[in-house]
Write a new protein. Structure first.
Length: 256
């Protein structure tokens, strides 16, 4: 099967410091890849490079579009990259306020993405927005409310609806459960797991929480100081880590 995403020799430097160094991997359609590691390991910089928000210093990213065309992401014009990000990709940020427009209604936040890809019928856009609010467990009666009136968990669910309403093929998630209470995290994880499965989404998820990684990811990459030190199927890697750093990470987080 042709990969959905091919990453070849990706590196990014901040001055002389390598945030991520010579990273290569393939992502299959419908596969969920978890990127784990402690703070400062480079996982968020890698995610930003993958999602075309941070131009890498070296390497390239190839993406197979819905039409079957192989696109060199950083060989595209800025306008074409933005179009790709609005149509076939989604980005769920750790702080949902960074991924939402806080001064417009919940419905406008969700429907705006449909308008960005050409939808113009107000009634259809509103109906789709209502449907997606319900799908992420937000009462459709909140459609005209401002996000400022929502709780943290609701904001994250709203951001997810905003990203998924246009049926992207690939979603990038940065610590999607970070900063939420444990009970809210559990509900959000259950929702994410259902949506990823039901929609057949491919996803790249950055998290420091190995329990989140175990639940959502098919495969893991462990990063340390900008490098990938170990990769493998999620359960195998977490149950039998080989690299000393991964062993330390697993023992400290899963078995404190």
């Amino acid at each position: 099967m042709t990969p959905l995403l091919q990453v070849e020799g990706l590196s990014h430097y901040y001055g002389e410091r390598a945030a991520c160094l010579d990273i290569s991997f393939d992502l299959a359609p419908g596969e969920v890849l978890g990127i784990v590691g402690e703070s400062g390991s480079g996982k968020t910089s890698l995610l930003n490079c993958l999602s075309a928000r941070l131009r890498p210093s070296a390497g390239r990213i190839l993406y197979r579009s819905a039409s079957g065309e192989i696109l060199d992401v950083y060989g595209l014009s800025e306008a074409k990259r933005r179009w790709l990000a609005r149509t076939e990709w989604g980005v769920v940020q750790q702080n949902p306020r960074d991924g939402l427009r806080m001064t417009v209604s919940a419905g406008a936040n969700v429907g705006e993405r449909l308008m960005a890809i050409g939808a113009r019928h107000y009634g259809e856009i509103r109906a789709s927005a209502e449907s997606w609010l319900e799908r992420v467990e937000i009462d459709r009666n909140r459609i005209d409310d401002l996000p400022l009136t929502f709780s943290g968990g609701m904001l994250q669910r709203l951001q997810i609806a905003r990203n998924l309403i246009s049926h992207p093929r690939l979603v990038f998630m940065d610590e999607p459960t970070g900063g939420l209470d444990v009970s809210v995290q559990a509900r959000l994880l259950d929702l994410l797991q259902r949506l990823v499965t039901d929609l057949g989404l491919a996803a790249v998820i950055v998290t420091h929480d190995l329990a989140v990684a175990r639940l959502l990811a098919h495969r893991l990459m462990v990063m340390r100081q900008g490098r990938v030190v170990e990769t493998g199927l999620t359960d195998q890697l977490l149950d039998d880590p080989h690299h000393p750093y991964t062993q330390l990470l697993v023992s400290s987080v899963l078995h404190p």
